[in-house]
Design a protein around this ligand. Sequence first.
Ligand code: UDP
Length: 360
Amino acid sequence: MRIVLISTPIGFLGSGKGGGVELTLNSLVSGLVSLGHYIDVIAPKDSKLNENNAKIRLHLVEGEDQISWQHQNYNSPIIIPDNSLLAGMLEKALEIAKQADILLNLSYDWLPIWMTLNLETPIAHIISMGSESSVITNLISKVYAKYPHNFAFHSKTQVNDYSFIKRPTIIGNGFNLGNYIFQDSTEGPLAWVGRVAPEKGLEDAVYVANELGEKLNVWGFMEDESYALKIEQSFPQRTINWMGFLATEKLQKELGKCRALLNTPKWNEAYGNVVVEALACGVPVVAYKRGGPSEIIMHGETGYLVEPDDKKALISYLEIISKIKRKNCRAWVEKNASTNIFAKKVVNWLNEVINEYKKN
Ligand code: UDP
């Protein structure tokens, strides 16, 4: 297949602003290319891909970012800025669409989903978040009624936000296992990884570390500085070790030294890449049973799941974390979430979408 992949219109690939979508896109590109497909990636200026290959073409587009949906009100209208990056990326995609078998959209926004109704070339959407906007959710509902095959989701729990989806396509996510080295370090510090933003619930993990009299190593893109400051001021000085936003190679090296990852989301996490990345390094995860992580973590085998917002339960399970065999964590990722497994699921789904268009 010749696939046109439309990236997120929030931050260039490598900036961290796009969150998990950046990793999903890179993982897809590697997986699809190794299965023999050709990919055109449309992405914001300054984006870099992890893989260089004659089958991949990168098209860079300049313009104004969209505002991320998790930071707008649920009922906000769609805002398209002047010199819109999203519109520019879609124009580029349409320009090359004629040579392509399918467009694959990774942006959680209105315009590309609306285009489904008006385009002859098949366009498929990987929905990267739960329902974060009424106008987008309503549009998905409308488009789904006519094109039920064109949407895929990362987890079953994510789809619960979209009650009108009757037979969801669940694709999980994929990770290039060669990028993560297993470490058997059971005595290390506690870790937390994610965008530093309210929906990620960092404050609960800091509470836990403080109760245990430990420091918490925090890696991730600093999205909301006032939120970070507020947490810092609520706990004794230096409870948080700010480790910054690192490229995967460095992140996994540091993360692998930790004895556990805390994952404490406050929203319906669509998937939770950082959970799988920790597991790939052999790091067990103690998480709230909320969103994707509740489907990823095998309670008692690769970590522990606790009732959402129960901070005391996080502490109890951290106390017995050494019961988890770190090899089991890595093994789960190898068996369930490699780049290859992910790409195959996506290819099956895309073929289904293309076949539906051929029928009509
Ligand atoms: N990440 C990273 N470097 C860091 C911290 C995080 O590259 O120092 C990446 C991580 O690999 C993951 C993404 O940030 O892919 C966060 O994705 P996740 O699905 O956990 O949450 P999202 O930000 O999409 O809500």
